[in-house]
Design a protein around this ligand. Structure first.
Ligand code: SF4
Ligand code: SF4
Length: 316
């Protein structure tokens, strides 16, 4: 009998990134996340299932995808003027066959999610060995939430390590310690999100309390992991000086000397809004002005300087 084919659902592999770790990196994005952050800029990453994104402005309602889709997800409906328009029935689950994507003459459709094996992902990663070596770069796994498909991710990271590639993961930390601890041996750097220190406020903002996340962070420090803590800065939601101070002092208390690489404060933006529309969803923070002025960020920078920690305010 053939061995069971082990795959993970990946929604993007981005090469030549200079974010999410040092040097030039390949980023592998896993589909599926246990949290529901209101500001998520990758809404296509949240659900584990395949999803179709549609660029409405390209579609001319030709109906070709309607005839092509074996699951009857693409449909036509009448408009007031008597013409018909195309829409996607998002109640029906998509099989990811990609027939609609390939058949659309206007390139209006993109199917998010592809099931890939470790060798398939490694083939792409290994193409850029020269860049990793010349820039002290490597590979970063993100998502979605990478621990959601933990066994596959650990296997992929182990394969990277065997090839001498620096490894990082970006994680929300919301998983069992039994899963998280498997990453310690194969991950050179954890980019670990702390979104709010208060458990109840955390639940309001992302759909789950944070005790499990904070415990995992403490245990990772105890296990000797190298960690950059990332704090997304969302205007009016988690950016009071009091909240930032409490979080930073907590990290100062639990860190193990030498293993806290940085605390990165990341002012958020609305870059993902168009993707919500393409998924037929509404952006939860539609009416929130999320932009920070340079003066506001400078004030946060100055305030943070008092804590004597490697804190950076990073504007992408
Ligand atoms: S990927 Fe396949 S199942 Fe999904 S919407 Fe397209 S044609 Fe239908
Ligand atoms: S095939 Fe493309 S252009 Fe035609 S209805 Fe479907 S999405 Fe629109």
């Amino acid at each position: 009998m053939l061995p069971v084919k082990k795959t993970a659902r990946i929604f993007n592999i981005q090469k030549y990134s200079i974010y999410d770790g040092d040097g030039i990196r390949t980023l592998v994005f896993f589909k599926g996340c246990p949290l529901r952050c209101k500001w998520c800029s990758n809404p296509e990453s949240v659900e584990s299932g395949f999803q179709v994104m549609k660029q409405q402005s390209l579609c001319d309602d030709c109906g070709i995808c309607v005839a092509a889709c074996p699951k009857n997800i693409h449909k036509m409906r009448p408009m007031i003027d008597g013409e018909k328009e195309h829409f996607i029935d998002r109640e029906i689950s998509c099989s990811g066959c990609r027939i609609c994507e390939e058949s659309c003459p206007k390139n209006s459709l993109t199917v998010m999610g592809q099931d890939m094996t470790v060798p398939e992902v490694m083939d792409i990663i290994l193409q850029d060995m020269l860049f990793y070596m010349s820039s002290n770069g490597g590979v970063t796994l993100g998502g979605g939430e990478v621990t959601y498909q933990g066994d596959f991710a650990v296997e992929l990271l182990a394969e990277c390590k065997q090839n001498g590639i620096h490894t990082a993961i970006e994680t929300c930390g919301y998983t069992k310690w039994e899963t998280m601890k498997k990453f310690v041996e194969v991950t050179d750097l954890f980019l670990f999100d702390v979104k709010h220190f208060d458990p109840e406020r955390h639940r309001e903002l992302v759909g789950a309390r944070n005790e499990r996340i904070m415990t995992n962070l403490e245990k990772l420090f105890q296990a000797g992991a190298n960690i950059s803590v990332r704090m997304p800065l969302i205007k009016g939601l988690n950016d009071s000086m009091e909240t930032l101070k409490t979080t930073v002092l907590y990290i100062k208390k639990i860190q193990t000397n030498g293993h806290l690489k940085s605390i990165d404060i990341l002012p958020y933006h609305k870059l993902g809004v168009a993707k919500y529309e393409q998924l037929g969803q509404t952006y939860p923070l539609q009416d929130v002005d999320m932009s920070y002025t340079d003066d506001e960020l400078e004030e946060i920078r100055r305030y943070m300087a008092q804590f004597n920690l490697p804190i950076r305010v990073v504007k992408h």
